[in-house]
Write a protein that binds this ligand. Sequence first.
Ligand code: 5AD
Ligand code: SF4
Ligand code: FES
Length: 375
Amino acid sequence: MSKSQREIYLAKLDREENLEEEEITLLLSCEDEEIVAAIFALADRKRREYVGDAVHLRGLIEFSNICRKNCLYCGLRRDNRNLKRYRMSVEEIYAVGVEIARLGVKTVVLQSGEDPWYDARTIAHLIRRLKKLDLAVTLSIGEREREEYALWREAGADRYLLKQETFDRELFRRLHPDDDYDRRLACQSILRELGYQVGSGNMVGLPGQSLESLARDIKNFQKWDFDMIGIGPFIPHPDTPLGSYRMEREKQFLLTLKTLAITRILTRTALLPATTALGTLVPGGREKALQCGGNVLMPNLTPSCYREHYTIYPGKICLTEEWGTCLPCMKGMVERLGRTVATDYGHRKKIGFPDGRPSGKDVTRQTFPDAGHSP
Ligand code: 5AD
Ligand code: SF4
Ligand code: FES
């Protein structure tokens, strides 16, 4: 593959033409500095064009690190005994929500392991109370029944994050002893039907993950038209079966950024976080992600006494800081990049229609008339 061929693909992206999976694979494989810099610059330009300079802050509460599942990559997996488990009470969670609202953050993200101890009605009641604080509410608590998702939506929940982690079926199967690829996607369809803004995402640098499977991830982000897409590096956790896996750090960093950048260019208006995992992999990683298409930051507002136990992967940043410190830190980060902190709820705004529906011109729809169906 010649440099000029990659330049042709880049020019196609610039003209807002679609790319095939094979073409994306070739761009991902590119290590020519000039071309990589051009991909990043294009993503930054498209980001400004489609979603502007505002960065949305989402206040994250990791309210339970107890999980019924055993995903091979994750430090919270049920077989990990080297972890002090905790559950926050509903009152505690609510109290943090009050503080988040007081700080002027407009979204609270409730995240946990898959912990059925919190039953659907308890969560619904909590959502109702949080909504009275004038917050957008995002849930990230895994696979549940339709009735539960429906109850929470009725209670006012706005968004739901449920990452596929990979759109490579075989890789998904190997990583998820408790999960079914199609069942997870069925949850996505249900969530969308119920009117949630839906989020997916992947990990980059998983053992056995090819560039082809990353390209497939990107095509699926487009096809499913996700509102939020979290793209972060896989960081091996020593207390998991994948603990000894190694990938060269700089290579993984660039590959994650390329995945993010191409996702921005192709999905246009999606909300793309600069992930904490990327900031953990490389100092300044989140700043770089904000310049490669990212437009969301998630300050960790879990109470300090619990934060250190939510060790999905080792070395996580922002663990020892006093509660609330991430917020001014992130505002500084945003300002230094010449960007602004959003003051609205930060819902996704699609192109074309003032009510947010995409126009017929949107390539992401045009190419996939069956968006949301066959995988
Ligand atoms: N490295 C990076 N991210 C991870 N996650 C889980 N384990 C790891 C890891 N080892 C991410 C997954 C999951 C979320 C809970 O954290 O994307 O969705
Ligand atoms: Fe549990 Fe989620 Fe970790 Fe899987 S990735 S073990 S479901 S917390
Ligand atoms: Fe958490 Fe800087 S963002 S301390």
